[in-house]
Design a protein around this ligand. Sequence first.
Ligand SMILES: *[C@@H]1O[C@H](CO)[C@@H](O)[C@H](O)[C@H]1NC(C)=O
Ligand SMILES: *[C@@H]1O[C@H](CO)[C@@H](O)[C@H](O)[C@H]1NC(C)=O
Ligand SMILES: *[C@@H]1O[C@H](CO)[C@@H](O)[C@H](O)[C@H]1NC(C)=O
Ligand SMILES: *[C@@H]1O[C@H](CO)[C@@H](O)[C@H](O)[C@H]1NC(C)=O
Ligand SMILES: *[C@@H]1O[C@H](CO)[C@@H](O)[C@H](O)[C@H]1NC(C)=O
Length: 180
Amino acid sequence: MLSTLSPSLIHFFLLVVGAAILTDPATATDHIVGANKGWNPGINYTHWANNQTFYVGDFISFRYKKFEYNVFEVNKTGYDNCTIEGASGNWSNGKDFVLLKKPGRYYFICGTGGCSNGMKVSIVVHSLPSPPSASISATKHSESTKHANSAAAEVTAGRLSLMVVCRALLVGLVSSIVMG
Ligand SMILES: *[C@@H]1O[C@H](CO)[C@@H](O)[C@H](O)[C@H]1NC(C)=O
Ligand SMILES: *[C@@H]1O[C@H](CO)[C@@H](O)[C@H](O)[C@H]1NC(C)=O
Ligand SMILES: *[C@@H]1O[C@H](CO)[C@@H](O)[C@H](O)[C@H]1NC(C)=O
Ligand SMILES: *[C@@H]1O[C@H](CO)[C@@H](O)[C@H](O)[C@H]1NC(C)=O
Ligand SMILES: *[C@@H]1O[C@H](CO)[C@@H](O)[C@H](O)[C@H]1NC(C)=O
């Protein structure tokens, strides 16, 4: 009985676990600006940004000499003109992690003069890619930022029910092994 049932059971079990892992937010990426060159003058960060794909939930992080440089989040005017008036955020720890919460375009510049020497970076953050079709329908609405909170609750509920299904499958597998 085990030999005829278990391959499809195991296959389904792996599918369910795979879907749960793929929708896990723990897979967020930390995009280190400038990679091993960090946040410094004389680097083309457009070039760096073109080689990255940013998703909601990822981090962009800046590594630089504290007190010498810093980071301001500005709008397009601030980016084009190297001005920090009306900046929506600033960081100055020398190792700063910025969570990318929403899709859209972001602009970051250095506020200590480095901007005119290339210390500016603009990125586009994408919505999370749609989960594979094997996944639960509860994640369907996650693209809508308006309903992000209720979608998150639905996803959590979906993952909870996945856990319940996984446990039931495990119990089924173990008991069929024991009985077989
Ligand atoms: C930086 O690189 C981008 C794309 O690689 C290029 O279009 C741009 O002209 C460069 N900027 C400078 C100041 O060299
Ligand atoms: C782009 O990124 C990949 C891996 O992230 C790296 O191997 C490659 O050298 C990068 N290319 C450029 C032009 O920076
Ligand atoms: C940006 O700077 C340019 C000249 O560098 C100036 O003509 C323009 O008015 C500035 N824009 C803003 C919004 O300050
Ligand atoms: C950017 O912010 C500044 C200061 O708040 C404002 O004057 C300017 O119009 C804004 N530019 C854009 C493109 O939103
Ligand atoms: C930097 O951010 C803090 C809040 O985190 C704010 O109080 C301060 O005014 C900002 N500084 C500038 C120069 O925008």
